[in-house]
Write a protein that binds this ligand. Structure first.
Ligand code: NAD
Ligand code: DAU
Length: 360
């Protein structure tokens, strides 16, 4: 099979490309990636050049999408703006890529007559304070990010129904693991803990996320690509539902830091309190998560400890300016050697400790 992987230079996409090439020795992969701040060709280093082709391009560009699908047997669309906080600051790019870009790529894959697997998110179901979302739960997105992803999903379903396109959707919960951009909670906290910087916890830290190790997510994507029913949706829920504060405390424990580094900050506007996803339909296809949080977080911390070459340039580049803008304080660019205690002072978004029942 020759596979087009859009967004393949990002976190999950690059982990997926690695898996695909390792597990399917006869396959080749073409990556189409715009290389936004989140995409890095370094993520694809070390892969066999005769089986991997990289093109820099935008899925929202008709010519780029059409050229990319040609000669391919299927497309897996990871390309997206993916960070909720950035969508709140600046939603425009999310509409352009996650909605319009999905539409352009869908037209290209429909016209080429190939399977389009859309990688989507549990966030489209919105806040699930009780119970568990199934594939038929209503879409009630809360943020510009999740609304854009829901828009993309609705187009996929419409293309399957209206044109008979072979298009389907996978909705995954919170992924974590190697090569995740440090803007996201787990890598952010791991790197801040290693550096001795404060760990910013939004609101009361009691928001619950459903954690899924990235390799398990990639295995689910492969299974659905090969065996998923056309026009279907498959949820991929991780094995552990945890409040953010527990995740943060676990990271502090495993990095040998104490809880004085926790910095409760102003909450994210519209913050969903809980996601919960049933993977029952995917279990019927034969998928089970193999890595629980206890093991996955240790693997993840070990990877970041060993790969300062990967995250060092990110922490001192565009991300440093973003961090300062968003959190109102700077991060130290030092690695695991630790930062000066000056970097722990509170900025405008921080306050000294949690207030009972405060969600922001
Ligand atoms: P990421 O931000 O790490 O990577 C996104 C990639 O897409 C980057 O390489 C970026 O350069 C590329 N990209 C962005 N706009 C593009 C465009 N217009 N054309 C081509 N390439 C473009 O994201 P991620 O965390 O790896 O997420 C991948 C996908 O999985 C996204 O669609 C996201 O919505 C979805 N998802 C992520 C999670 C998660 O926990 N990370 C969970 C569920 C679903
Ligand atoms: O649920 C799947 C989604 O998971 C994906 O669709 C998104 O692409 C991905 O970014 C992720 O979204 P979240 O908003 O859940 O992930 P994030 O890592 O940004 O935040 C996880 C939780 O931690 C969330 O409740 C907000 C909180 N948080 C996050 C940051 C960055 C903090 O408390 N402090 C922080 O500094």
């Amino acid at each position: 099979m020759r596979l087009l992987v859009t967004g393949g230079a990002g976190f999950i996409g690059s982990n997926y490309v690695r898996r695909r090439l390792a597990e399917h020795p006869g396959d080749s992969v073409r990556v189409l990636d715009k290389l936004t701040y989140a995409g890095r060709t370094e993520n694809l280093e070390g892969l066999p050049p005769d089986r991997l082709e990289f093109t820099q391009g935008d899925i929202a560009d008709r010519d780029a999408s059409r050229a990319a699908v040609s000669d391919c047997d299927a497309v897996v669309n990871f390309a997206a703006e993916s960070h909720v906080d950035r969508s709140i600051d600046s939603p425009g790019e999310f509409i352009t890529t996650d909605v319009f870009g999905t539409f352009v790529l869908l037209e290209a894959s429909r016209d080429a007559g190939i399977r389009h697997l859309q990688v989507s998110t549990d966030e489209v179901y919105g806040d699930f304070e009780q119970g568990t979302a199934t594939e038929t739960s209503p879409l009630e997105p809360s943020s510009p990010y999740s609304a854009s992803k829901a828009g993309g999903d609705l187009l996929v379903s419409a293309f399957a129904r209206t044109y008979g396109a072979d298009a389907l959707i996978i909705r995954a919960s919170n992924n974590y693991g190697p090569r995740q951009h440090p803007e996201k909670l787990i890598p952010l906290c791991v790197l801040n803990a290693l550096a001795g910087d404060p760990l910013p916890v939004y609101g009361d830290g009691m928001q619950v996320r459903n954690w899924l190790y990235v390799e398990d997510c990639c295995a689910a994507i492969d299974l659905v690509l090969e065996h998923g029913e056309p026009a279907s949706v498959y949820n991929v829920g991780g094995p552990d539902e945890l409040p953010n504060i527990e995740v943060v405390k676990r990271i502090l424990e495993l990095t040998g830091r104490d809880e004085s580094l926790i910095s409760y900050t102003r909450d994210r506007p519209g913050h969903d309190r809980r996601y919960s996803l049933s993977a029952a339909k995917l279990n019927e296809l034969g998928w089970r998560a193999e890595v629980d949080f206890a093991e996955g977080i240790e693997r993840t911390i070990a990877w970041y400890r060993e790969n300062e070459d990967w995250w060092g340039p990110i922490r001192s580049g565009e991300y440093a300016a973003y961090y300062e803008r968003h959190y109102g304080q700077s991060i130290s660019s030092a690695g695991s050697s630790g930062a000066s205690s000056d970097s722990r002072t509170s900025g405008p978004l921080t306050r000294p400790g949690p207030a009972a029942g405060d969600s922001g």
